[in-house]
Design a binder for this molecule. Structure first.
Ligand code: 9MR
Ligand code: 9MR
Length: 598
C-alpha cells in the first residue's frame, strides 16, 4: 500500500518514465570521480557493467541503493566506478538499460571551458560580434548600443517617487549584457567580473587562456585572454561612477514601501545601479534593434561597493601588465569605497519597469568584500583594522556566494591573494574549508550525490551549485584532499546531465542539451531567422521557489524540486542565461580542465 502510494505520488510529480542512466554528458576525466545515477524502483541493488566501444566489459559492480530522494522524486540507485580505466568511449549497462556512449578522457573539459568563456564575448555590448570569434555566421550581429551615452531617470517612478535626475550624462558604452535582457547591472556585473578575475588570480603561476587561446578580437595583443574579457566589463563598471562632487537626491536608509523620501547627498564616486531600457523589450529584440530609451538608474551603495571590490581586484591583477589601467582601477576603487562609507545605506530603488531589480537589504557582506579586496591590493593597516572590526570576519560563512551574498568573495581573496598575513589567510582558508565540509555533507544526503541538499531550488540554481563548486575546488587546493575535487566533479556532473531530468543545461554539450533559452537574440524559438544559443551557454536551472514566468506557473505543485524546469524561451525564471551563472561554469570547467596536479 505504502509503495503504491509512493509510486502514485511519483507519477503525479512526473517522475515516472523510461529508465535511463543519468550521467555527465560531456564525459569524465580518468583521474577523478566517475559516477552515474539510475532512477529505478527496485529495492535491492542492481548489477552494472562498464563496457568499452567493442562491447567488452571492463568493470562491474552493483548499485548503491539510496532510496527515495525528495529533491528529484526518484527512487535512486548510485553507481560509482572505483577502479581506474584507460581513456576511451564507454557505456554503462544496468539491469537491461544501456547508457549513451560517453568519453573518459583527460581533455573532456577543455572545449566546455573555452565555450563558457566565449559566452562573455558574445554577450558584449557596444561592439559588433564577429563570426570569426563567435563560432559561426549565425551568431554574428551588429553592435548593440554602440554609443550609449545615457542620462538619469527623471520624473515619477511606479511608486510616485519623483526623481530629479542628474546634471550629467555618462558614456557607458560596452560591458556585458546581463542575461536574456539587455540591461547592464553593476551589482550582477560585479560578481561575474570578480569570478573571471579570480580565475586568473588563483592560477597566477600559469594563468589559463594565455593570449591567443580564446576566440577574441584581442587575441594576439600580448595580454591573457581572460584579462582581456574581464577588462571589457571592468571599463564599463568604471564608466558607471558618478563624477566627483556631484550632489544627488537619494533615498537614505530602509524606508517603508511606497513613495521614497529623497535627501541630497554628495554622491561623487558612487556607482549607478544599472543602465537599462525604460520599458521591457519583447522577445525577440536583437541588441542593435532596441528602440527603447536607455537610462541610468539611481546610484546604490551596493553597486558602489561592487565597483570598489572589482576595481581593487583589477588594480592588483593589472599591476606590471598595464600600470596605467591598474592605477585607474585603484583610483576608482578608492573613490567608490569612500563614497560608500559616506553613503552606507542607499538601497537600490525598485519601482521601475524595463529591467531587473537586484535589490539587497543587507550590505554588510558587500562592505566586507570591498574592504577585503582593497586590503589585498594596498595592504593598508587601516583596512586590516576595519576588516577585523566587522562581524563577518570572525563569523563562519553562511553559504555559497551569490550576487546578493558576497562575503565569501572577500574570504576567497583573503585566502588566496599574495601578501596576506598568515593569520588572516589561514582563518579565511579555514572558513572556506568548513563551508566546503558542509557541502560534502550535503552530498551524502542527496540521491543524485550532489553538494546541494535542498528541496528549495532557487532562481538560477545551476549557478548556485557551481558557486559551491568554486568553494570545494579551493578546499581541494588548500588541503590537497581529493574528495573535495570529486565533489566539484559532482557539481559539474549535475549541470551537465546527472540530474533528475537527465538533461545537460549547457547548450552545445551533450546528447540532450538546453536549446531554447530566454534570450532576446538567441531566440530561434520566436523567429526562425534568429539563431539558437551558441555552445557553452547555461540555463538558470530548476526553480521551485519563484515560479514567476508563465511556463513556470503551469508547473506549480506539479514538479519535484529538481524537475521544475522546462527548455522554453518563455520561461525566464527557469531558462534564462546570465553572466553570474556562466562565470562559475567557466571557473569550474577551467579548474577541472587544468587537472588535479595544479
Ligand atoms: O525578459 C525579462 C528577463 O530578462 C527578466 O529576468 C525577468 C525578470 O525580471 O523579466 C523578463 O521580462 C518579462 C517581465 O518581467 C514581465 N513581462 C514579460 C517580460 C518578458 O518576458
Ligand atoms: O538572478 C536573479 C534572481 O536571483 C532573482 O530572484 C530574480 C528576480 O528578481 O532576478 C534574477 O536576475 C535577473 C535580473 O533581474 C534581470 N536580468 C536577468 C536576471 C536573471 O534572470
Amino acid at each position: 500500500m505504502n509503495r503504491l502510494c509512493t509510486a502514485f505520488a511519483l507519477l503525479l510529480l512526473g517522475a515516472a518514465g523510461p529508465r535511463s542512466v543519468h550521467l555527465n554528458q560531456v564525459g569524465f576525466r580518468p583521474d577523478g570521480a566517475i559516477r552515474a545515477i539510475v532512477a529505478d524502483d527496485a529495492r535491492g541493488p542492481l548489477p552494472w557493467r562498464l563496457v568499452d566501444a567493442a562491447g567488452r566489459p571492463v568493470a562491474q559492480g552493483t548499485t548503491i541503493v539510496f532510496g527515495d530522494d525528495p529533491a528529484s522524486g526518484d527512487h535512486v540507485h548510485q553507481i560509482a566506478l572505483t577502479s581506474p580505466v584507460p581513456a576511451g568511449t564507454y557505456r554503462f549497462a544496468v539491469d537491461g538499460v544501456t547508457s549513451h556512449p560517453f568519453a573518459i578522457r583527460a581533455d573532456v573539459y577543455h572545449p566546455l571551458a573555452r565555450a563558457a568563456l566565449n559566452y562573455f564575448y558574445q554577450t558584449r555590448a557596444g561592439i559588433a560580434i564577429d563570426a570569426r570569434y563567435a563560432g559561426g555566421a549565425q551568431w554574428a550581429r551588429a553592435a548593440g548600443h554602440p554609443h550609449e551615452v545615457a542620462g538619469c531617470f527623471t520624473g515619477p517612478d511606479l511608486n510616485g517617487t519623483v526623481w530629479p535626475g542628474c546634471p550629467y550624462r555618462l558614456d557607458v558604452t560596452g560591458g556585458w549584457y546581463d542575461a536574456g535582457d539587455q540591461g547592464k547591472y553593476v551589482v550582477n556585473g560585479g560578481i561575474a567580473l570578480w569570478t573571471l578575475q579570480n580565475l586568473y588570480e588563483t592560477n597566477a603561476k600559469a594563468p589559463p587562456f594565455a593570449d591567443g587561446a580564446a576566440a577574441l578580437p584581442e587575441a594576439g595583443n600580448g595580454i591573457n585572454d581572460l584579462l582581456d574579457e574581464a577588462r571589457w566589463e571592468m571599463r564599463f563598471l568604471l564608466a558607471m561612477q558618478v563624477p566627483d562632487g556631484v550632489r544627488l537626491a537619494l533615498p537614505l536608509g530602509r524606508q517603508v514601501a511606497g513613495r521614497l523620501t529623497l535627501s541630497e547627498v554628495d554622491a561623487g564616486g558612487m556607482a549607478h545601479h544599472k543602465v537599462a531600457d525604460r520599458n521591457w523589450t519583447p522577445l525577440p529584440t536583437i541588441p542593435a534593434g532596441d528602440r527603447e530609451e536607455r537610462l541610468l538608474y539611481p546610484p546604490s551603495t551596493a553597486a558602489t561597493l561592487n565597483l570598489a571590490a572589482t576595481a581593487a581586484q583589477c588594480a592588483r591583477l593589472w599591476r606590471g601588465i598595464d600600470d596605467a589601467f591598474s592605477h585607474q582601477c585603484l583610483a576608482a576603487a578608492g573613490r567608490a569605497y569612500q563614497a560608500a562609507l559616506r553613503n552606507p545605506d542607499v538601497y537600490a530603488a525598485q519601482a521601475f519597469t524595463g529591467s531587473g531589480g537586484y535589490g539587497d537589504s543587507d550590505l554588510s557582506d558587500e562592505f566586507y568584500w570591498a574592504t577585503a579586496e582593497l586590503y589585498a591590493t594596498t595592504h593598508m593597516p587601516e583596512l586590516a583594522a576595519a576588516l577585523h572590526r566587522m562581524a563577518l570576519d570572525a563569523a563562519p560563512l553562511g553559504d555559497e556566494p551569490g550576487w546578493a551574498s558576497t562575503a565569501a568573495l572577500g574570504t576567497v581573496t583573503l585566502a588566496t591573494a599574495p601578501g596576506i598575513p598568515a593569520t588572516d589567510r589561514d582563518r579565511a582558508r579555514a572558513k572556506l574549508i568548513a563551508l566546503a565540509d558542509r557541502f560534502l555533507d550535503d552530498e551524502a544526503r542527496t540521491g543524485y550525490h550532489i553538494p546541494y541538499a535542498t528541496v528549495r531550488y532557487p532562481w538560477g540554481s545551476n549557478g548556485a551549485i557551481l558557486n559551491r563548486g568554486i568553494v570545494l575546488a579551493l578546499a581541494a587546493r588548500f588541503t590537497g584532499q581529493a574528495h573535495y575535487r570529486d565533489a566539484v566533479i559532482d557539481a559539474a556532473d549535475y549541470v551537465m546531465g546527472r540530474n533528475a531530468l537527465d538533461r545537460s543545461y549547457v547548450s552545445g554539450f551533450g546528447w540532450d542539451m538546453m536549446t531554447r533559452p530566454h534570450h532576446r537574440f538567441w531566440a530561434h524559438q520566436f523567429d526562425p531567422r534568429l539563431p539558437g544559443p551558441p555552445p557553452g551557454v547555461m540555463g538558470g536551472g530548476a526553480n521551485n521557489t519563484a515560479l514567476a514566468d508563465p511556463v513556470a506557473a503551469t508547473l506549480a505543485g506539479h514538479c519535484a524540486p529538481q524537475r521544475c524546469w522546462r527548455d522554453d524561451g518563455r520561461a525566464y525564471a527557469l531558462n534564462e542565461v546570465a553572466i553570474n551563472w556562466n562565470a562559475p561554469l567557466l571557473w569550474v570547467a577551467t579548474y577541472l580542465d587544468l587537472g588535479p596536479s595544479q
